[in-house]
Design a protein around this ligand. Structure first.
Ligand SMILES: C[S@@+](CC[C@H](N)C(=O)[O-])C[C@H]1O[C@@H](n2cnc3c(N)ncnc32)[C@H](O)[C@@H]1O
Length: 340
């Protein structure tokens, strides 16, 4: 007869074994939800307005998943929790979220950002949306686009991604910002986008980019426009570069001279959109309206209903219209003579 003896642990050692295994799980895996709740409280206490969203975005970034999928990861390893707490502590010091994550979104793309360069803002997506809609109606092939004050290159690169047929130029004054734009431009080119042309220059310089005079279909600009006396959140005041933010006492010190250049670069029928401080939408519209070469000046609000960007079209002056009419008449006469 065959006898099989099964090992039967003594009840007390079995209990110790189960408890040890449970302890190991308890130490190495922790509930993500609890960590996010703690982080939210810490960020709220530090005065961060979007505390919960930021706490979730940092967690999603660390785990490499969409924020909406956080609920599918109930437990995370201890090292993840440690890294999470470190990043949340940085955010609690009011370091911009995008500097911590290393990227900011614009249109269909992400650009890299870091200390010393302006962080692209969600409200600028409205200017991008208008620009892409205008390009949809533009009958020039290829359309020529210029992004003034490009910073990380976000607007220029988002346009190049959405419109691979466009010739996109971008201008930036600060070498440090230009280096970020180059880095992002290289990354987008490697991802298969049409390369953009970066220029270092001052958008208020009347001799800038002479080769583009009268040849540009669309100009977008998010220039420095905050009036000097404005009070700002610590993320902005302590981290965005001063030269990216302030536009003199009235916020118009870059915009005013830039508009003269816009008039020089746009072809007749071309359009421009300039983002501005919510206190001076009427002033920017008036700057366009004061020039005979601009028409169809329209102020656009942001999602909060505040004035955010102004658009205008380069129209033909009376002299240009007469010259154009004379041109057409001469061409028609020449055509008729050829037909005879
Ligand atoms: C508000 S940031 C906008 C950056 C980018 N367009 C965006 O939306 O993320 C303004 C940028 O203009 C640059 N800038 C400031 N004055 C300039 C000037 N006179 N000519 C060219 N660029 C200038 C700053 O260095 C900064 O990168």
């Amino acid at each position: 007869m065959l006898t099989v003896t099964l090992w039967q642990p003594e009840p007390r050692s079995l209990a110790r074994c189960v408890a040890g295994a449970w302890e190991a799980v308890r130490v190495s895996r922790q509930p993500l939800r609890l960590a996010i709740i703690e982080a939210t409280e810490q960020l709220e206490a530090a005065g961060v307005r979007s505390a919960r969203v930021d706490a979730e975005l940092i967690a999603a970034h660390l785990l490499g998943i969409e924020r909406t999928r956080l609920g599918l990861t109930p437990l995370v390893d201890e090292p993840v929790i440690e890294a999470y707490r470190t990043m949340v502590a940085q955010r609690a010091k009011r370091i911009p979220l995008q500097y911590i994550l290393g990227t900011a979104a614009m249109g269909n793309i992400d650009v890299e950002v870091g200390p010393g360069v302006f962080v692209p803002r969600p409200e600028t997506e409205l200017l991008l949306g208008w620009a892409l809609a205008f390009l949809g109606t533009c009958d020039q092939h290829p359309p020529v686009v210029v992004d003034l004050c490009t910073g990380t290159g976000a607007l220029a690169l988002a346009i190049a991604e959405a419109r691979p047929d466009a010739v996109v130029h971008a201008v930036e004054l600060e070498p440090h910002a230009l280096a970020w734009a180059r880095r992002n431009a290289d990354a987008r080119e490697n991802a298969g986008d049409t390369p953009i042309q970066l220029h270092q220059g001052d958008v208020t310089d009347r001799t800038l980019l002479p080769g583009l005079e009268g040849g540009v279909d669309l100009i977008v600009a998010n220039p420095p426009y905050i009036p000097e006396a404005a009070e700002l959140e610590p993320e902005v005041a302590d981290h965005d570069p001063h030269s990216a933010l302030f536009g003199g006492p009235d916020g118009l010190s870059v915009i005013k001279p830039m508009i003269a250049n816009v008039a020089r670069w746009l072809r007749i029928g071309g359009a421009v959109g300039i983002e501005h401080d919510d206190t001076n939408g009427g002033d920017v519209a008036a700057l366009f309206a004061a020039r005979r070469v601009f028409g169809e000046v329209v102020e656009h609000p942001d999602l909060a209903g505040k004035p955010r960007f102004v658009v205008a079209k380069r129209i033909a002056t009376e002299v240009e219209s007469r010259r154009g009419q004379a041109h057409r008449t001469a061409a028609e006469s020449a055509g008729e003579r050829m037909a005879e």
